[in-house]
Design a protein around this ligand. Structure first.
Ligand SMILES: Cc1cc2nc3c(=O)[nH]c(=O)nc-3n(C[C@H](O)[C@H](O)[C@H](O)COP(=O)(O)OP(=O)(O)OC[C@H]3O[C@@H](n4cnc5c(N)ncnc54)[C@H](O)[C@@H]3O)c2cc1C
Length: 339
């Protein structure tokens, strides 16, 4: 039986201005969730994920915190249109950027850049409340005016003296975050949780790796999937017309909302990319194999997933794949997106 991938109405109960461009939305959403997970919202037909900034262990309400991206479709809409009492459509929580149950005594180090603080804040609150772990947190923001949760973090540190150490980095005061700052936190015995802009994440990951931190102790959450270009349906070549040098023998047939289209296979292309090339706009969110928003069922042929942090063994046995990660391994593949 596939997981519940449907959308559910959630009501906005409260809106809090955190900084001039960041707002927290408290939701009446009766979902169980784990610290570090996210919800995927459908707004004007577009899917976007937002991590919970609340902790299921310390906060009585479920909250997401959204930074308004200049020119951003959904973040702009949420900021402009939502009022308490309004209803949104959201999936059940997903994601695996969570505390490990086997790590109750291991130190935890968080690295959060900008809006990347949201899931890290949730993790830190849960770790402090449910384990004896010591926690260090590096927060990087452009200026004090954009430091999301500054007062809440100071209050948390005051409630956990000696257990929560905060390292505040402000670009306008300290310049950009440097490797030295990260090396100072690179405890090889700790679990390291990273979320923020791509260059920040790349610097933290590479510095931790160079300092000898094992890969299994580094956890990342990416907010920004790789960009892609939609192919209009009428521009899709028929399989017999395909001339790409990347074409390989075989086809991918995609079934979405009652429409079925077939495109030739291409070297190294995921099923999600094939579906887009077929002119579809299939569901997706993280494009990292973490969220399962893009999951679909293979009814013919086989495919191999590069990364799977979202599907369980039963779902895989039933033929489900993460289309953002699955590449065909047989000549003919048919995949059905089930709404
Ligand atoms: C697992 C996960 C968790 C996340 N959690 C959070 C969170 O807790 N808080 C948070 O704030 N965000 C979070 N995000 C990011 C969030 O999902 C959105 O990506 C973000 O809000 C931007 O979406 P948008 O629709 O506003 O912007 P988009 O419309 O997608 O635009 C993004 C950028 O692209 C530019 N752009 C858009 N269209 C064009 C175009 N035609 N040409 C050129 N440039 C263009 C925009 O100007 C903008 O800079 C998360 C993402 C993931 C995957």
């Amino acid at each position: 039986m596939a997981r519940d991938h449907g959308f559910h109405p959630v009501r906005i109960t409260r809106i809090v201005d955190e900084t001039p461009d960041t707002r927290t939305f408290a939701l009446d959403a009766p979902f169980p969730y784990r610290a570090g997970q996210f919800l995927t919202f459908k707004v004007c037909g577009t899917l976007r994920s937002y991590s919970m900034s609340s902790s299921p262990d310390t906060d009585g309400e479920l909250c997401v915190t959204v930074k308004r991206v200049p020119g951003g479709l959904v973040s702009g809409w949420l900021h402009t249109h939502l009022r308490p009492g309004d209803t949104l459509e959201a999936t059940r929580p997903g994601g695996s950027f969570c505390l490990r149950t086997d790590a109750v005594e291991r130190p935890l180090v968080g690295y959060a850049g900008g809006s990347g603080i949201t899931p890290v804040f949730s993790l830190v609150k849960s770790a402090l409340a449910t384990t004896p772990r010591s926690v260090s947190l590096l927060t990087a923001h452009q200026s004090s005016g954009s430091a999301i949760f500054r007062e809440a973090l100071d209050a948390l540190a005051a409630r956990h003296p000696g257990r929560l150490r905060l390292h505040d980095h402000l670009d306008d005061r300290d310049g950009l975050v440097g490797a030295e700052e990260i090396r100072a936190l690179a405890d090889r015995d700790a679990d390291h949780y990273i979320c923020g802009p791509e260059p920040f994440m790349a610097l933290v990951e590479s510095t931790l790796t160079a300092a000898g931190t094992p890969a299994e102790r580094i956890f990342v959450e990416r907010f920004t999937p790789a960009p892609f270009k939609e192919t209009p349906a009428d521009a899709v070549p028929a399989p017999s017309e395909e001339t790409s040098a990347d074409a390989v023998p075989g086809t991918v047939t995609v079934d979405l909302r009652g429409q079925r289209r077939t495109v030739p296979q291409r070297v190294g292309e995921t099923l999600l990319q094939s579906a887009r090339r077929a002119g579809f706009t299939p569901p997706f969110s993280c494009e990292s194999g973490d969220c399962a928003t893009c999951m679909a069922r293979l009814t013919d042929g086989e495919a191999k997933m590069r990364v799977n942090n979202a599907l369980d063994a039963d779902e895989i046995a039933e033929g489900y794949v993460l289309t953002c990660q699955a590449e065909p391994t047989t000549a003919e593949v048919t995949v059905i997106y089930e709404d």
